[in-house]
Ligand binder design. Structure first.
Ligand SMILES: Cc1ncc(COP(=O)(O)O)c(C=O)c1O
Length: 615
Protein backbone atom coordinates (compact mmCIF):
# COMPACT_ATOMS: atom_id res chain seq x y z
CA UNK A 1 0.00 0.00 0.00
CA UNK A 2 1.34 3.38 -0.97
CA UNK A 3 1.16 5.78 1.99
CA UNK A 4 3.33 8.65 0.78
CA UNK A 5 2.84 11.39 -1.76
CA UNK A 6 5.41 13.92 -2.85
CA UNK A 7 4.30 17.24 -4.33
CA UNK A 8 6.67 19.47 -6.25
CA UNK A 9 5.68 23.01 -5.28
CA UNK A 10 8.82 25.12 -5.38
CA UNK A 11 8.25 27.00 -8.65
CA UNK A 12 7.31 30.64 -9.26
CA UNK A 13 4.20 30.24 -11.40
CA UNK A 14 5.35 33.29 -13.37
CA UNK A 15 3.06 32.69 -16.33
CA UNK A 16 0.05 33.54 -14.19
CA UNK A 17 1.35 37.12 -13.89
CA UNK A 18 0.00 39.20 -11.02
CA UNK A 19 -2.01 36.31 -9.60
CA UNK A 20 1.18 34.78 -8.18
CA UNK A 21 2.73 38.00 -6.87
CA UNK A 22 1.69 37.37 -3.28
CA UNK A 23 0.84 33.68 -3.33
CA UNK A 24 2.52 30.61 -4.77
CA UNK A 25 0.53 29.03 -7.58
CA UNK A 26 -0.64 26.05 -5.54
CA UNK A 27 -2.32 28.36 -3.04
CA UNK A 28 -4.37 30.35 -5.55
CA UNK A 29 -8.01 29.96 -4.75
CA UNK A 30 -9.89 27.72 -7.14
CA UNK A 31 -13.59 27.28 -6.45
CA UNK A 32 -13.06 28.68 -2.97
CA UNK A 33 -10.11 26.57 -1.86
CA UNK A 34 -6.39 26.57 -2.69
CA UNK A 35 -5.55 24.71 -5.86
CA UNK A 36 -3.25 22.30 -4.05
CA UNK A 37 -5.93 21.54 -1.46
CA UNK A 38 -8.09 19.92 -4.15
CA UNK A 39 -5.26 17.45 -4.63
CA UNK A 40 -4.43 17.04 -0.93
CA UNK A 41 -8.03 16.23 -0.01
CA UNK A 42 -8.14 13.53 -2.68
CA UNK A 43 -4.81 12.08 -1.55
CA UNK A 44 -6.04 11.87 2.04
CA UNK A 45 -9.30 10.26 0.91
CA UNK A 46 -7.17 7.75 -0.97
CA UNK A 47 -5.52 6.87 2.39
CA UNK A 48 -2.25 8.68 1.80
CA UNK A 49 -0.79 9.38 5.23
CA UNK A 50 2.38 11.37 4.52
CA UNK A 51 2.52 14.25 2.10
CA UNK A 52 5.93 15.78 1.45
CA UNK A 53 5.74 19.23 -0.04
CA UNK A 54 8.89 20.55 -1.71
CA UNK A 55 8.51 24.34 -1.44
CA UNK A 56 10.52 27.32 -2.62
CA UNK A 57 8.87 30.49 -3.82
CA UNK A 58 6.89 32.04 -0.92
CA UNK A 59 7.41 28.88 1.10
CA UNK A 60 6.09 30.50 4.29
CA UNK A 61 2.64 30.61 2.73
CA UNK A 62 2.74 26.85 2.24
CA UNK A 63 3.93 26.40 5.81
CA UNK A 64 0.95 28.41 7.11
CA UNK A 65 -1.42 26.44 4.91
CA UNK A 66 0.07 23.08 5.91
CA UNK A 67 -0.46 23.78 9.61
CA UNK A 68 -4.04 22.47 9.26
CA UNK A 69 -2.84 19.08 7.94
CA UNK A 70 -0.79 16.84 10.24
CA UNK A 71 -0.07 14.68 7.18
CA UNK A 72 1.99 17.39 5.44
CA UNK A 73 5.70 18.02 5.85
CA UNK A 74 6.97 21.14 4.11
CA UNK A 75 10.56 20.97 2.97
CA UNK A 76 12.08 24.27 1.76
CA UNK A 77 14.31 23.67 -1.24
CA UNK A 78 17.58 25.54 -1.53
CA UNK A 79 18.51 27.25 -4.82
CA UNK A 80 14.96 26.73 -6.09
CA UNK A 81 15.26 30.06 -7.94
CA UNK A 82 17.90 28.74 -10.29
CA UNK A 83 16.95 25.08 -10.49
CA UNK A 84 14.27 22.81 -11.91
CA UNK A 85 11.91 20.19 -10.52
CA UNK A 86 14.60 17.46 -10.57
CA UNK A 87 16.53 19.41 -7.97
CA UNK A 88 13.39 19.69 -5.81
CA UNK A 89 12.72 15.97 -6.03
CA UNK A 90 16.35 15.17 -5.26
CA UNK A 91 16.47 17.41 -2.20
CA UNK A 92 13.51 15.57 -0.71
CA UNK A 93 15.58 12.37 -0.35
CA UNK A 94 15.77 12.57 3.42
CA UNK A 95 11.97 12.41 3.57
CA UNK A 96 11.34 9.61 1.08
CA UNK A 97 11.76 6.14 2.56
CA UNK A 98 9.24 4.09 0.64
CA UNK A 99 7.33 3.83 -2.65
CA UNK A 100 5.33 6.99 -3.32
CA UNK A 101 3.10 9.00 -5.62
CA UNK A 102 4.79 11.95 -7.27
CA UNK A 103 2.58 14.92 -8.18
CA UNK A 104 2.93 18.39 -9.58
CA UNK A 105 1.39 21.15 -7.45
CA UNK A 106 -0.79 22.79 -10.09
CA UNK A 107 -2.98 19.87 -11.08
CA UNK A 108 -6.71 19.35 -10.97
CA UNK A 109 -7.72 15.77 -11.55
CA UNK A 110 -10.50 13.29 -10.93
CA UNK A 111 -10.15 10.78 -8.08
CA UNK A 112 -9.92 7.97 -10.58
CA UNK A 113 -6.39 9.15 -11.49
CA UNK A 114 -5.14 8.19 -8.03
CA UNK A 115 -7.12 4.98 -7.99
CA UNK A 116 -5.55 3.81 -11.24
CA UNK A 117 -2.04 4.24 -9.93
CA UNK A 118 -2.70 3.02 -6.41
CA UNK A 119 -4.30 -0.21 -7.61
CA UNK A 120 -1.89 -0.85 -10.49
CA UNK A 121 0.09 -4.06 -10.02
CA UNK A 122 3.32 -2.55 -11.39
CA UNK A 123 5.59 -0.54 -9.05
CA UNK A 124 6.55 2.24 -11.47
CA UNK A 125 3.72 3.72 -13.46
CA UNK A 126 3.46 7.03 -15.27
CA UNK A 127 -0.13 8.20 -15.81
CA UNK A 128 -0.88 9.46 -19.30
CA UNK A 129 -4.02 10.74 -20.97
CA UNK A 130 -5.18 11.18 -24.54
CA UNK A 131 -4.24 14.43 -26.23
CA UNK A 132 -5.78 17.49 -24.60
CA UNK A 133 -4.53 20.20 -27.01
CA UNK A 134 -4.41 22.47 -23.98
CA UNK A 135 -1.04 24.06 -24.75
CA UNK A 136 2.29 23.26 -23.04
CA UNK A 137 1.66 19.52 -23.14
CA UNK A 138 4.41 16.97 -22.43
CA UNK A 139 4.18 14.13 -24.95
CA UNK A 140 5.26 10.60 -24.12
CA UNK A 141 6.84 8.03 -26.40
CA UNK A 142 6.78 4.37 -25.42
CA UNK A 143 7.95 1.09 -26.85
CA UNK A 144 5.54 -1.70 -27.79
CA UNK A 145 5.31 -2.82 -24.17
CA UNK A 146 4.26 0.72 -23.19
CA UNK A 147 7.53 1.34 -21.40
CA UNK A 148 8.75 4.91 -21.33
CA UNK A 149 11.27 5.78 -24.02
CA UNK A 150 11.16 9.53 -24.22
CA UNK A 151 9.18 12.64 -23.21
CA UNK A 152 9.14 16.08 -24.73
CA UNK A 153 7.08 19.23 -25.14
CA UNK A 154 8.17 19.11 -28.78
CA UNK A 155 6.11 16.40 -30.39
CA UNK A 156 8.35 16.42 -33.45
CA UNK A 157 11.30 15.27 -31.34
CA UNK A 158 9.54 11.96 -30.68
CA UNK A 159 9.21 9.15 -33.21
CA UNK A 160 5.59 8.84 -32.11
CA UNK A 161 3.53 10.23 -29.26
CA UNK A 162 1.54 7.65 -27.31
CA UNK A 163 -0.06 9.98 -24.81
CA UNK A 164 0.31 13.07 -22.68
CA UNK A 165 1.96 13.30 -19.26
CA UNK A 166 -0.64 14.01 -16.57
CA UNK A 167 1.90 14.80 -13.84
CA UNK A 168 1.00 11.98 -11.43
CA UNK A 169 3.46 9.09 -11.26
CA UNK A 170 3.91 6.09 -9.00
CA UNK A 171 7.56 5.41 -8.17
CA UNK A 172 9.18 2.65 -6.18
CA UNK A 173 11.86 3.54 -3.67
CA UNK A 174 14.48 1.78 -5.80
CA UNK A 175 13.46 3.75 -8.90
CA UNK A 176 13.71 6.94 -6.85
CA UNK A 177 17.18 5.95 -5.65
CA UNK A 178 18.21 5.40 -9.27
CA UNK A 179 16.82 8.84 -10.07
CA UNK A 180 18.86 10.36 -7.21
CA UNK A 181 22.05 8.72 -8.49
CA UNK A 182 21.41 10.25 -11.87
CA UNK A 183 20.70 13.64 -10.29
CA UNK A 184 23.94 13.52 -8.27
CA UNK A 185 25.90 13.01 -11.47
CA UNK A 186 24.17 15.67 -13.56
CA UNK A 187 22.58 18.40 -11.42
CA UNK A 188 25.82 20.35 -11.04
CA UNK A 189 26.00 20.86 -14.80
CA UNK A 190 22.24 20.87 -15.48
CA UNK A 191 20.64 22.53 -12.45
CA UNK A 192 17.47 23.42 -14.34
CA UNK A 193 16.73 19.82 -15.19
CA UNK A 194 13.04 18.80 -14.92
CA UNK A 195 12.08 15.52 -13.30
CA UNK A 196 10.69 14.25 -16.63
CA UNK A 197 14.22 14.33 -17.99
CA UNK A 198 15.41 12.25 -15.04
CA UNK A 199 12.67 9.67 -15.63
CA UNK A 200 13.66 9.32 -19.28
CA UNK A 201 17.32 9.01 -18.27
CA UNK A 202 16.69 6.08 -15.90
CA UNK A 203 14.12 4.38 -18.14
CA UNK A 204 16.81 2.17 -19.70
CA UNK A 205 17.64 0.75 -16.24
CA UNK A 206 14.24 0.89 -14.56
CA UNK A 207 11.13 -0.22 -16.45
CA UNK A 208 8.67 2.68 -16.21
CA UNK A 209 5.27 1.65 -17.48
CA UNK A 210 3.09 4.28 -19.11
CA UNK A 211 -0.58 3.72 -18.32
CA UNK A 212 -2.82 5.69 -20.67
CA UNK A 213 -6.33 6.51 -19.54
CA UNK A 214 -7.75 8.11 -22.66
CA UNK A 215 -10.51 10.35 -21.27
CA UNK A 216 -9.31 10.97 -17.74
CA UNK A 217 -10.33 14.46 -16.58
CA UNK A 218 -7.31 16.49 -15.55
CA UNK A 219 -5.53 19.72 -16.22
CA UNK A 220 -2.45 21.62 -15.24
CA UNK A 221 -2.67 25.34 -14.61
CA UNK A 222 0.29 27.26 -15.95
CA UNK A 223 -1.31 30.30 -17.51
CA UNK A 224 -4.58 32.20 -17.95
CA UNK A 225 -5.80 30.03 -20.82
CA UNK A 226 -5.25 26.92 -18.67
CA UNK A 227 -7.15 28.62 -15.86
CA UNK A 228 -10.02 29.42 -18.16
CA UNK A 229 -10.16 25.88 -19.52
CA UNK A 230 -10.08 24.52 -15.97
CA UNK A 231 -13.01 26.71 -14.89
CA UNK A 232 -15.16 26.15 -17.95
CA UNK A 233 -14.49 22.58 -18.95
CA UNK A 234 -12.32 20.42 -16.78
CA UNK A 235 -13.35 21.27 -13.24
CA UNK A 236 -17.09 20.75 -13.88
CA UNK A 237 -16.24 17.40 -15.43
CA UNK A 238 -14.09 16.44 -12.46
CA UNK A 239 -16.77 17.48 -9.99
CA UNK A 240 -19.40 15.41 -11.70
CA UNK A 241 -17.17 12.38 -12.13
CA UNK A 242 -16.05 12.47 -8.53
CA UNK A 243 -19.57 12.58 -7.15
CA UNK A 244 -20.89 10.15 -9.72
CA UNK A 245 -19.29 7.14 -8.16
CA UNK A 246 -22.56 5.50 -7.21
CA UNK A 247 -23.92 4.09 -10.44
CA UNK A 248 -27.56 4.73 -11.28
CA UNK A 249 -29.70 1.88 -12.61
CA UNK A 250 -29.13 1.79 -16.32
CA UNK A 251 -32.08 1.54 -18.63
CA UNK A 252 -31.45 1.14 -22.32
CA UNK A 253 -33.77 3.49 -24.16
CA UNK A 254 -34.22 2.39 -27.75
CA UNK A 255 -36.94 4.98 -28.30
CA UNK A 256 -35.80 7.97 -30.39
CA UNK A 257 -35.13 10.23 -27.44
CA UNK A 258 -34.99 11.07 -24.65
CA UNK A 259 -31.99 8.79 -24.99
CA UNK A 260 -29.94 6.89 -22.45
CA UNK A 261 -27.66 9.35 -20.65
CA UNK A 262 -24.40 8.86 -18.79
CA UNK A 263 -24.38 8.95 -15.01
CA UNK A 264 -22.28 12.08 -15.25
CA UNK A 265 -25.12 13.82 -17.09
CA UNK A 266 -27.63 12.59 -14.52
CA UNK A 267 -25.48 13.74 -11.62
CA UNK A 268 -24.84 17.11 -13.25
CA UNK A 269 -28.39 18.05 -12.31
CA UNK A 270 -27.63 17.73 -8.62
CA UNK A 271 -26.44 21.26 -7.95
CA UNK A 272 -27.04 23.91 -5.31
CA UNK A 273 -30.25 25.85 -5.87
CA UNK A 274 -29.64 28.94 -7.93
CA UNK A 275 -31.80 31.75 -9.22
CA UNK A 276 -31.50 31.64 -13.01
CA UNK A 277 -31.29 35.43 -13.11
CA UNK A 278 -27.86 35.27 -11.41
CA UNK A 279 -24.85 36.13 -13.56
CA UNK A 280 -23.32 32.73 -12.75
CA UNK A 281 -26.23 30.98 -14.42
CA UNK A 282 -26.14 33.43 -17.32
CA UNK A 283 -22.58 32.34 -17.94
CA UNK A 284 -23.66 28.71 -18.10
CA UNK A 285 -26.33 29.51 -20.67
CA UNK A 286 -23.87 31.60 -22.69
CA UNK A 287 -21.42 28.69 -22.67
CA UNK A 288 -24.14 26.25 -23.73
CA UNK A 289 -25.29 28.56 -26.51
CA UNK A 290 -21.80 29.10 -27.91
CA UNK A 291 -20.85 25.43 -27.79
CA UNK A 292 -24.11 24.32 -29.44
CA UNK A 293 -23.39 26.79 -32.23
CA UNK A 294 -19.81 25.61 -32.52
CA UNK A 295 -20.91 22.07 -33.37
CA UNK A 296 -22.42 23.29 -36.66
CA UNK A 297 -21.26 26.84 -37.39
CA UNK A 298 -18.96 29.70 -36.46
CA UNK A 299 -20.25 31.41 -33.28
CA UNK A 300 -18.90 34.75 -34.51
CA UNK A 301 -21.54 34.77 -37.21
CA UNK A 302 -24.17 32.34 -35.93
CA UNK A 303 -25.91 32.03 -32.60
CA UNK A 304 -28.07 29.57 -30.70
CA UNK A 305 -31.34 30.80 -29.21
CA UNK A 306 -32.38 28.65 -26.27
CA UNK A 307 -35.97 27.94 -25.22
CA UNK A 308 -37.42 26.01 -22.36
CA UNK A 309 -39.56 23.46 -24.17
CA UNK A 310 -39.52 20.22 -26.11
CA UNK A 311 -38.15 20.01 -29.66
CA UNK A 312 -41.43 21.07 -31.23
CA UNK A 313 -41.01 24.46 -29.53
CA UNK A 314 -37.90 25.20 -31.61
CA UNK A 315 -39.60 24.16 -34.86
CA UNK A 316 -42.63 26.25 -33.99
CA UNK A 317 -40.45 29.21 -32.97
CA UNK A 318 -38.84 29.22 -36.42
CA UNK A 319 -42.00 28.76 -38.44
CA UNK A 320 -43.94 31.34 -36.47
CA UNK A 321 -41.15 33.94 -36.28
CA UNK A 322 -39.12 34.06 -39.47
CA UNK A 323 -41.62 33.67 -42.29
CA UNK A 324 -42.95 36.85 -43.84
CA UNK A 325 -45.78 37.07 -46.37
CA UNK A 326 -43.89 34.82 -48.81
CA UNK A 327 -44.72 31.13 -49.02
CA UNK A 328 -42.94 28.25 -47.32
CA UNK A 329 -42.54 24.97 -49.17
CA UNK A 330 -42.74 22.11 -46.66
CA UNK A 331 -41.30 18.76 -47.66
CA UNK A 332 -43.51 16.09 -46.18
CA UNK A 333 -42.06 12.59 -46.13
CA UNK A 334 -42.87 11.52 -42.61
CA UNK A 335 -44.69 12.46 -39.43
CA UNK A 336 -42.39 15.36 -38.57
CA UNK A 337 -42.65 16.98 -42.00
CA UNK A 338 -46.39 16.68 -41.54
CA UNK A 339 -46.12 18.30 -38.14
CA UNK A 340 -44.39 21.32 -39.68
CA UNK A 341 -47.28 21.63 -42.11
CA UNK A 342 -49.73 21.46 -39.18
CA UNK A 343 -47.85 24.23 -37.36
CA UNK A 344 -47.82 26.35 -40.52
CA UNK A 345 -51.57 25.79 -40.80
CA UNK A 346 -52.20 26.95 -37.23
CA UNK A 347 -50.36 30.21 -37.99
CA UNK A 348 -52.08 30.47 -41.35
CA UNK A 349 -48.77 30.77 -43.17
CA UNK A 350 -48.75 30.84 -46.92
CA UNK A 351 -47.82 27.16 -47.33
CA UNK A 352 -47.12 24.78 -50.19
CA UNK A 353 -46.60 21.14 -49.28
CA UNK A 354 -44.47 18.73 -51.22
CA UNK A 355 -45.51 15.19 -50.25
CA UNK A 356 -42.93 12.52 -50.98
CA UNK A 357 -42.89 8.77 -50.17
CA UNK A 358 -41.86 8.14 -46.56
CA UNK A 359 -39.43 5.38 -47.49
CA UNK A 360 -37.78 6.69 -50.62
CA UNK A 361 -35.18 9.22 -51.54
CA UNK A 362 -36.66 12.61 -52.35
CA UNK A 363 -37.10 13.22 -56.06
CA UNK A 364 -34.96 16.30 -56.58
CA UNK A 365 -36.15 17.14 -60.07
CA UNK A 366 -39.76 17.09 -58.86
CA UNK A 367 -38.74 19.30 -55.98
CA UNK A 368 -37.06 21.72 -58.36
CA UNK A 369 -40.13 21.71 -60.58
CA UNK A 370 -42.41 22.70 -57.74
CA UNK A 371 -39.97 25.39 -56.68
CA UNK A 372 -39.95 26.75 -60.24
CA UNK A 373 -43.74 26.66 -60.42
CA UNK A 374 -44.05 28.75 -57.25
CA UNK A 375 -40.87 30.74 -57.62
CA UNK A 376 -42.57 34.13 -57.48
CA UNK A 377 -44.33 33.61 -54.15
CA UNK A 378 -41.78 31.30 -52.49
CA UNK A 379 -39.35 32.47 -49.78
CA UNK A 380 -38.54 29.36 -47.75
CA UNK A 381 -38.13 25.60 -47.84
CA UNK A 382 -38.61 23.52 -44.69
CA UNK A 383 -37.46 19.92 -44.31
CA UNK A 384 -36.68 17.32 -41.67
CA UNK A 385 -33.08 16.09 -41.85
CA UNK A 386 -33.53 12.63 -40.34
CA UNK A 387 -37.21 11.66 -40.49
CA UNK A 388 -37.65 9.97 -37.16
CA UNK A 389 -40.71 8.14 -38.46
CA UNK A 390 -38.55 5.80 -40.53
CA UNK A 391 -34.90 6.86 -40.39
CA UNK A 392 -35.08 8.32 -43.90
CA UNK A 393 -32.21 10.77 -44.34
CA UNK A 394 -33.05 13.75 -46.50
CA UNK A 395 -30.18 15.04 -48.59
CA UNK A 396 -29.68 18.44 -47.01
CA UNK A 397 -26.62 19.48 -49.06
CA UNK A 398 -28.63 18.90 -52.27
CA UNK A 399 -31.70 20.73 -50.94
CA UNK A 400 -29.42 23.52 -49.69
CA UNK A 401 -27.91 23.86 -53.17
CA UNK A 402 -31.40 24.16 -54.68
CA UNK A 403 -32.27 26.84 -52.14
CA UNK A 404 -29.13 28.71 -53.06
CA UNK A 405 -30.01 28.50 -56.74
CA UNK A 406 -33.49 29.95 -56.17
CA UNK A 407 -32.50 32.29 -53.35
CA UNK A 408 -34.66 30.59 -50.72
CA UNK A 409 -34.06 30.28 -47.01
CA UNK A 410 -33.70 26.71 -45.77
CA UNK A 411 -35.29 25.64 -42.47
CA UNK A 412 -34.07 22.28 -41.17
CA UNK A 413 -35.58 20.23 -38.37
CA UNK A 414 -32.39 18.50 -37.26
CA UNK A 415 -33.94 17.13 -34.08
CA UNK A 416 -32.70 13.60 -34.59
CA UNK A 417 -29.56 14.28 -36.63
CA UNK A 418 -27.87 17.15 -34.74
CA UNK A 419 -24.82 16.06 -32.70
CA UNK A 420 -24.54 12.76 -34.55
CA UNK A 421 -24.54 13.45 -38.26
CA UNK A 422 -21.90 16.09 -38.99
CA UNK A 423 -23.54 19.35 -40.12
CA UNK A 424 -21.93 22.50 -41.48
CA UNK A 425 -24.69 25.11 -41.74
CA UNK A 426 -22.75 27.44 -43.99
CA UNK A 427 -21.61 24.75 -46.43
CA UNK A 428 -25.05 23.12 -46.50
CA UNK A 429 -26.75 26.48 -46.87
CA UNK A 430 -29.00 25.96 -43.83
CA UNK A 431 -30.50 29.22 -42.60
CA UNK A 432 -32.42 28.01 -39.55
CA UNK A 433 -31.82 24.77 -37.67
CA UNK A 434 -33.96 23.33 -34.86
CA UNK A 435 -32.79 20.72 -32.35
CA UNK A 436 -33.19 19.72 -28.71
CA UNK A 437 -31.20 18.59 -25.70
CA UNK A 438 -32.36 15.04 -25.32
CA UNK A 439 -31.55 13.08 -28.46
CA UNK A 440 -28.05 12.72 -29.89
CA UNK A 441 -26.70 15.32 -27.51
CA UNK A 442 -27.44 12.77 -24.79
CA UNK A 443 -28.75 15.37 -22.37
CA UNK A 444 -32.02 15.64 -20.49
CA UNK A 445 -35.29 16.81 -22.08
CA UNK A 446 -36.46 20.39 -21.59
CA UNK A 447 -34.28 22.62 -23.78
CA UNK A 448 -34.93 23.20 -27.45
CA UNK A 449 -32.94 25.58 -29.57
CA UNK A 450 -32.67 27.37 -32.86
CA UNK A 451 -29.36 28.03 -34.58
CA UNK A 452 -29.12 30.79 -37.15
CA UNK A 453 -27.11 33.78 -38.31
CA UNK A 454 -27.35 36.89 -36.16
CA UNK A 455 -27.79 39.03 -39.28
CA UNK A 456 -30.83 36.96 -40.29
CA UNK A 457 -32.38 37.34 -36.86
CA UNK A 458 -32.00 41.09 -37.06
CA UNK A 459 -34.00 41.03 -40.27
CA UNK A 460 -36.87 39.06 -38.70
CA UNK A 461 -37.43 41.90 -36.26
CA UNK A 462 -39.84 43.59 -38.65
CA UNK A 463 -42.18 40.58 -38.95
CA UNK A 464 -45.21 41.02 -36.71
CA UNK A 465 -45.01 38.50 -33.83
CA UNK A 466 -47.52 35.68 -34.21
CA UNK A 467 -47.12 34.47 -30.65
CA UNK A 468 -45.56 35.60 -27.40
CA UNK A 469 -43.48 32.85 -25.76
CA UNK A 470 -41.90 31.41 -28.90
CA UNK A 471 -41.00 34.67 -30.59
CA UNK A 472 -37.45 34.03 -31.83
CA UNK A 473 -36.20 37.61 -32.12
CA UNK A 474 -37.48 38.61 -28.67
CA UNK A 475 -35.82 35.57 -27.08
CA UNK A 476 -32.54 36.35 -28.90
CA UNK A 477 -32.60 40.04 -28.14
CA UNK A 478 -33.39 39.54 -24.46
CA UNK A 479 -30.53 37.07 -24.07
CA UNK A 480 -28.07 39.34 -25.88
CA UNK A 481 -28.91 42.20 -23.56
CA UNK A 482 -29.35 40.37 -20.25
CA UNK A 483 -27.64 36.97 -20.53
CA UNK A 484 -30.92 35.52 -19.34
CA UNK A 485 -33.82 33.72 -20.95
CA UNK A 486 -36.98 35.78 -21.10
CA UNK A 487 -38.87 33.27 -18.97
CA UNK A 488 -37.88 30.71 -16.36
CA UNK A 489 -35.39 28.30 -17.91
CA UNK A 490 -35.21 24.59 -16.99
CA UNK A 491 -32.25 25.12 -14.67
CA UNK A 492 -31.24 21.53 -13.95
CA UNK A 493 -31.70 20.48 -17.57
CA UNK A 494 -29.25 23.21 -18.55
CA UNK A 495 -26.66 21.94 -16.08
CA UNK A 496 -27.11 18.47 -17.56
CA UNK A 497 -26.87 19.93 -21.05
CA UNK A 498 -23.57 21.58 -20.20
CA UNK A 499 -22.23 18.20 -19.10
CA UNK A 500 -23.68 16.52 -22.20
CA UNK A 501 -21.91 19.10 -24.36
CA UNK A 502 -18.61 18.40 -22.62
CA UNK A 503 -19.08 14.71 -23.28
CA UNK A 504 -20.00 15.37 -26.91
CA UNK A 505 -16.83 17.41 -27.33
CA UNK A 506 -14.82 14.72 -25.57
CA UNK A 507 -16.12 12.02 -27.90
CA UNK A 508 -16.33 14.19 -31.04
CA UNK A 509 -19.36 14.21 -33.34
CA UNK A 510 -17.66 12.12 -36.00
CA UNK A 511 -16.71 9.44 -33.48
CA UNK A 512 -20.20 9.55 -32.00
CA UNK A 513 -21.71 8.88 -35.40
CA UNK A 514 -19.28 6.02 -35.92
CA UNK A 515 -20.40 4.52 -32.60
CA UNK A 516 -24.05 4.93 -33.57
CA UNK A 517 -23.38 3.46 -37.02
CA UNK A 518 -21.75 0.39 -35.53
CA UNK A 519 -24.79 -0.13 -33.31
CA UNK A 520 -27.06 0.31 -36.32
CA UNK A 521 -25.12 -2.19 -38.43
CA UNK A 522 -25.33 -4.67 -35.55
CA UNK A 523 -29.08 -4.09 -35.40
CA UNK A 524 -29.67 -4.52 -39.12
CA UNK A 525 -27.55 -7.67 -39.29
CA UNK A 526 -29.40 -9.17 -36.32
CA UNK A 527 -32.87 -8.25 -37.51
CA UNK A 528 -32.15 -9.67 -40.96
CA UNK A 529 -30.82 -12.86 -39.39
CA UNK A 530 -34.17 -13.22 -37.62
CA UNK A 531 -35.90 -13.01 -40.99
CA UNK A 532 -37.35 -9.54 -40.41
CA UNK A 533 -37.09 -6.53 -42.66
CA UNK A 534 -36.98 -2.79 -42.19
CA UNK A 535 -38.14 0.23 -44.13
CA UNK A 536 -35.84 2.58 -46.07
CA UNK A 537 -32.97 1.42 -48.19
CA UNK A 538 -29.61 1.49 -46.41
CA UNK A 539 -28.28 4.08 -48.89
CA UNK A 540 -30.87 6.62 -47.73
CA UNK A 541 -30.78 5.60 -44.09
CA UNK A 542 -29.70 7.85 -41.25
CA UNK A 543 -28.38 4.85 -39.24
CA UNK A 544 -30.00 6.40 -36.19
CA UNK A 545 -33.53 5.05 -36.03
CA UNK A 546 -35.03 2.07 -37.81
CA UNK A 547 -38.64 1.18 -38.52
CA UNK A 548 -38.85 -2.61 -38.45
CA UNK A 549 -41.78 -4.42 -40.04
CA UNK A 550 -43.67 -6.41 -37.45
CA UNK A 551 -43.80 -10.17 -38.01
CA UNK A 552 -47.24 -11.29 -39.14
CA UNK A 553 -47.48 -14.35 -36.92
CA UNK A 554 -50.34 -15.31 -34.64
CA UNK A 555 -49.74 -14.33 -31.04
CA UNK A 556 -47.54 -11.34 -31.87
CA UNK A 557 -48.58 -8.24 -29.99
CA UNK A 558 -46.43 -5.09 -29.83
CA UNK A 559 -47.61 -4.07 -26.38
CA UNK A 560 -46.78 -7.46 -24.96
CA UNK A 561 -43.37 -7.39 -26.60
CA UNK A 562 -42.82 -3.86 -25.25
CA UNK A 563 -43.58 -5.08 -21.71
CA UNK A 564 -41.28 -8.08 -22.15
CA UNK A 565 -38.43 -5.73 -23.03
CA UNK A 566 -39.36 -3.09 -20.46
CA UNK A 567 -39.16 -5.60 -17.62
CA UNK A 568 -35.65 -6.40 -18.79
CA UNK A 569 -34.46 -2.78 -18.88
CA UNK A 570 -34.98 -2.07 -22.60
CA UNK A 571 -37.52 0.36 -24.02
CA UNK A 572 -38.73 -0.01 -27.60
CA UNK A 573 -41.09 2.27 -29.47
CA UNK A 574 -44.23 1.81 -31.57
CA UNK A 575 -44.32 2.74 -35.25
CA UNK A 576 -45.72 6.00 -36.52
CA UNK A 577 -47.01 5.05 -39.95
CA UNK A 578 -50.64 4.63 -40.83
CA UNK A 579 -51.44 1.36 -42.60
CA UNK A 580 -48.04 -0.23 -41.98
CA UNK A 581 -47.26 -2.33 -38.94
CA UNK A 582 -43.86 -1.28 -37.73
CA UNK A 583 -42.07 -0.82 -34.46
CA UNK A 584 -39.04 1.40 -34.05
CA UNK A 585 -35.60 0.98 -32.58
CA UNK A 586 -33.30 3.94 -32.13
CA UNK A 587 -29.61 3.30 -31.57
CA UNK A 588 -28.76 6.69 -30.03
CA UNK A 589 -27.65 7.70 -26.54
CA UNK A 590 -24.94 6.50 -24.23
CA UNK A 591 -25.04 2.91 -25.47
CA UNK A 592 -22.86 0.76 -27.72
CA UNK A 593 -23.35 -2.12 -30.13
CA UNK A 594 -22.98 -4.43 -27.12
CA UNK A 595 -26.37 -3.32 -25.81
CA UNK A 596 -27.83 -3.80 -29.29
CA UNK A 597 -26.48 -7.36 -29.21
CA UNK A 598 -28.24 -7.88 -25.88
CA UNK A 599 -31.42 -6.46 -27.40
CA UNK A 600 -31.16 -8.89 -30.32
CA UNK A 601 -30.70 -11.85 -27.98
CA UNK A 602 -33.87 -10.82 -26.15
CA UNK A 603 -35.71 -10.25 -29.42
CA UNK A 604 -34.78 -13.72 -30.55
CA UNK A 605 -35.90 -15.26 -27.28
CA UNK A 606 -39.22 -13.40 -27.51
CA UNK A 607 -39.98 -14.00 -31.17
CA UNK A 608 -38.38 -17.45 -31.53
CA UNK A 609 -41.27 -19.46 -30.02
CA UNK A 610 -43.84 -17.46 -32.04
CA UNK A 611 -42.01 -18.01 -35.29
CA UNK A 612 -41.54 -21.72 -34.48
CA UNK A 613 -45.29 -22.14 -34.06
CA UNK A 614 -45.78 -20.89 -37.62
CA UNK A 615 -43.31 -23.44 -39.00
C1 LIG B 1 -37.52 15.13 -36.43
C2 LIG B 1 -38.27 15.52 -35.20
N1 LIG B 1 -38.83 16.72 -35.13
C3 LIG B 1 -39.51 17.13 -34.05
C4 LIG B 1 -39.67 16.30 -32.96
C5 LIG B 1 -40.45 16.77 -31.80
O1 LIG B 1 -39.71 16.81 -30.64
P1 LIG B 1 -40.45 16.83 -29.22
O2 LIG B 1 -41.22 15.57 -29.11
O3 LIG B 1 -39.31 16.93 -28.28
O4 LIG B 1 -41.32 18.02 -29.21
C6 LIG B 1 -39.10 15.02 -32.99
C7 LIG B 1 -39.28 14.10 -31.86
O5 LIG B 1 -39.00 12.93 -31.90
C8 LIG B 1 -38.39 14.62 -34.13
O6 LIG B 1 -37.85 13.42 -34.21
Amino acid sequence: MIKTAVILAAGFGRRLGEKTQDLPKGLLSFDGIPLIQHSIEKLIQARIENIVLGTGYLHEAYENFAAQYPQITCVPISHYQSSGSMNTLYQLNKHIHEDFLLLESDLLYEKQALKILLTHERPNVILASGFTHSGDEVYIETNEQYRLINMSKERSLLSSAYGELVGITKLSLSAYQELCHYAERHLATQPKMEYEHGLVAISGEVPLLVHKEEGIAWCEIDDESHWDRAVKEIYPLITVRDCGEKPIKRNILLNPGPATTSDRVKYAQVVPDICPREEEFGQIMAYVSTELTQFVADPKEYTTVLFGGSGTAAVEAILSSVIDERAVLIIENGAYGKRMAQIADVYQLNTITFPSPFDQELNRSQLEEIIQTHQKELGYVAVVHNETTTGLLNDIPAIGALCQKYNLHLIVDAMSSYAAIPIDMKKMNIHYLAASSNKNLQGMPGVSFVITQRSLLEKTKTIKPRNYYLHLYSQYDYFEKNHQMRFTPPVQTLYALKQAILETKEEGIKARYERYSKSWETLITGVTRLGMSHLVDINNHSKIITAILEPSVPGYDFNEMHDFFYERGFTIYPGKLEGLNTFRVANIGDITYKEIEEFLTLLESYLGPLLKKVK
